[in-house]
Write a new protein. Structure first.
Length: 382
């Protein structure tokens, strides 16, 4: 990567963005098995409730074919993918919001995440205990939602008490905030998740986001199915999709036990044959990681040089200086300009030199909004 016309070879001060996605669900729905598939961290997984007590944390590489193609073109010494932090949070139960099953601790762990991966059991197996003694993903979702809603309700009711005093004095800002709080309380009391509510950008930034409500976090519902339902799902999955239709949430079908079997295979060829036999194009966990990345509102830009080809994680909407700051804070402070190549141009033309010859390299300033897949070089001065 070039900086001020010279190749910057030492990137040991790279600032890595860790965005957390928390895996939640009732006990024994497959959370820890899924976590193991994602991270290879081998969290304890067994057939009894609360097998996981302390949250397990794993840093998961984000699969990206573009990184592989850029590496083939550049032939670097090192390849560094983007990543997401996944947290395996212990199973919740009814009464968690009141402390049942170590609920307060678990709910605190969820609050610290940026997005939720909600695992629902959508398979029948008499050998695997269900805490409610029957399989019903709709009921299970309602159980988890209720506990999260009750915890959020506790938070906003405390906030309302503080705001009401200021609102009674005629403080217009407090009155406006109180109206937002009242709207949230009404929704929660009606068993509605906060993420389903619509706020203006200003109201969300000023009054909603600072509350860090659990049911306001983006969510991906993961339907854990049996092998025969891995491709098309089943009636359980259909019920889940119908239930979450108004949440603007993604539903992913995943046979977690099969993913665990795939994960144990040594070679890429063996894994591909296994997937072909099941009628799958790629492992479900690959789809899950990419979905989690999108759920966290993240995107990728690349740096490409002889030393390394690297995928950098930035929020969607980040400016060029903000993207540069992910590499090093000095890059953002002293940002002058960015040399930008679109991924498709790099792929089609085959090298940076040929891109320049074709006039496809753009020089962008501080206002440039980075696009997913941009290949970037930064110039700065401090």
């Amino acid at each position: 990567m070039k900086v001020n016309g010279k190749v910057k070879r030492n990137l040991i001060f790279a600032k890595i963005i860790f965005m957390k996605a928390g895996i939640v669900g009732l006990p024994n729905v497959g959370k820890s098995t899924l976590f193991n598939c994602l991270s290879n961290a081998k969290a304890q997984s067994a057939n009894f409730p609360f097998c996981t007590i302390e949250p397990n944390i794993g840093v998961v590489n984000v699969p990206d074919k573009r990184l592989d193609i850029l590496s083939e073109l550049v032939n670097p010494e090192k390849i560094v993918p983007a990543n997401v932090e996944i947290v395996d949070i212990a199973g919740l139960v009814k009464g968690a919001s009141k402390g049942e099953g170590l609920g307060n601790q678990f709910l605190g762990n969820i609050r610290e995440t940026d997005a939720i991966l909600h695992v629902l059991r959508c398979f029948d197996d008499d050998n695997i205990i269900h805490v409610d003694e029957s399989v019903d993903p709709v009921r299970d979702k309602e159980t988890i939602d209720m506990e999260l809603q009750l915890k959020d309700l506790e938070t906003v009711e405390k906030k309302r008490e503080k705001i009401q005093r200021a609102a009674r004095t005629g403080n217009k800002e407090a009155q406006k905030e109180l109206s937002v709080i009242e709207l949230i309380i009404t929704a929660l009391e009606s068993a509605q998740n906060v993420r389903t509510l619509v706020f203006s950008e200003d109201d969300r930034a000023a009054y909603v986001t600072p509350l860090q409500l659990i049911t306001d976090k983006p969510v991906l519902y993961i339907c854990n199915v049996s092998e025969d339902a891995a491709v098309n799902g089943n009636t359980y999955v259909d019920k889940v999709k119908k239930m979450v239709a108004d949440e603007n949430a993604e539903v992913l079908i995943l046979a977690v036990s099969i993913e665990a079997d795939i994960n144990e295979l040594d070679s890429y060829e063996e894994r591909q044959l296994f997937l072909e036999d099941l009628g799958l194009e790629e492992p479900g966990v690959t789809k899950l990681i990419n979905s989690a990345y999108r759920l966290l509102n993240l995107q990728t830009y690349f740096t490409a040089g002889e030393k390394e080809v690297r995928a950098w994680t930035i929020p969607i909407g980040a400016t060029a200086p903000q993207a540069a700051g992910v590499i090093h804070s000095d890059f953002e402070k002293g940002f002058i300009r960015a040399e930008v190549i679109g991924y498709n141009d790099f792929k089609t033309l085959g090298s940076e030199a040929k891109v320049k010859e074709a006039g496809k390299m753009k020089v962008e300033g501080k206002e440039y909004i980075v696009k997913d897949g941009d290949v970037m070089h930064f110039r700065f001065n401090v």
